[in-house]
Design a protein around this ligand. Structure first.
Ligand code: NAP
Length: 276
């Protein structure tokens, strides 16, 4: 019998995860299938229970359910720290968050040093929270910048309570660049399709020269923020690798098999080209 996994979210039509996972199963000759289910927030409890009762092994969870499913399955330490679940395993009724390791794995794949490096995290939403947690665990000195400074302060207070994270400051962009970061990670949605002319970089603050930036956005694959970094002599990396790697970690969790990364990357690229 085919092993079933899937994605719940609302909406889910734009997700490239089904194609990525199904290509991986096919590549390895595995009798598994991944499908996407659009579940409105008011029926989330039912939306989790139904696939479980129909024999699904696990689920990916996307917007807007990542926080709400924390109440429906048991979150592991990473999910508790991040305050959000993106992968459920029904065999153990647990949830984890593979965004944290997906980001760190991708930064390492690009040989970006993290230990004792000063890293600016732009944003204070779920993605920023995952980044701060992962980077601190890797020994980076992290500074958070968000257009609403108070939200960054609340996020850091939450991380102190949920994961014992301390020593991370929130400040304005012009203050933060004075700390000479070697890496800046955009965890905001500024520049995300269709608003491709937006950037999280504040006008009037000079872009640091010759540094590395990582933009979690992968639609478009080259954002305005990345172009700004390159124009200042820096190196710019987009978020597709993080997307593929967080998926590969879910794949491994469900199947126990190492994901075929190249197949997943190639499929993700094709899907993005097809879906725009
Ligand atoms: P979120 O919770 O909605 O947070 C959005 C953040 O962006 C907030 O800090 C917000 O600032 C900031 N922001 C929005 N528009 C802005 C603008 N025009 N200028 C400056 N800041 C702006 O979203 P999220 O879930 O954290 O996701 C953030 C981004 O990461 C999205 O683009 C998402 O697609 C991407 N992401 C990628 C991956 C991957 O695998 N590559 C994984 C997760 C997320 P305020 O607090 O001031 O509103």
């Amino acid at each position: 019998m085919t092993n079933k996994v899937g994605l719940i979210g609302f909406p889910v039509e734009h997700s490239i995860s089904p194609a990525m996972h199904n290509a991986a199963f096919k590549h390895l000759g595995m009798d598994w299938a991944y499908d996407a289910m659009a579940i409105p927030p008011d029926i989330l409890k039912y939306g989790i229970r139904e696939p479980m009762q129909h024999g699904y092994i696990g689920l990916n969870v996307t917007i807007p359910h990542k926080e709400a499913v924390m109440r429906l399955v048991t979150p592991d330490a990473i999910a508790r720290a991040v305050g959000a679940i993106n992968t459920i395993d029904f065999r153990t009724n647990t949830g984890t968050n593979t965004d944290v390791q997906g980001l760190i794995d991708d930064l390492k794949a690009y040989h970006i040093p993290l230990k004792e490096e000063t890293v600016l995290v732009l944003g204070a939403g779920g993605a920023a929270r995952a980044a701060v947690y992962g980077l601190v665990r890797e020994g980076a000195r992290v500074i958070v910048v968000n257009r609403t400074l108070q939200k960054a302060q609340v996020m850091l207070a939450d991380l102190t309570i949920s994961a014992g994270i301390r020593g991370v400051d929130a400040m304005t962009l012009d203050e933060a660049v004075e700390h000479a970061p070697s890496l800046i990670i955009n965890c905001t949605s500024a520049g995300l399709y269709p608003k491709i002319d937006d950037s999280p970089w504040v006008d009037g603050v000079p872009f640091p020269k010759n540094i590395t930036v990582y933009d979690m956005i992968y639609r478009p694959q080259k954002t305005k923020f990345m172009t700004q970094a390159e124009n200042a002599g820096g190196r710019a990396i987009g978020g597709l690798g993080m997307l593929v790697r967080q998926g590969a970690l879910s794949f491994k969790l469900w199947t126990g098999v190492d994901a075929p990364l190249e197949t997943m990357f190639a499929t993700a690229l094709i899907e993005l080209a097809l879906k725009g």
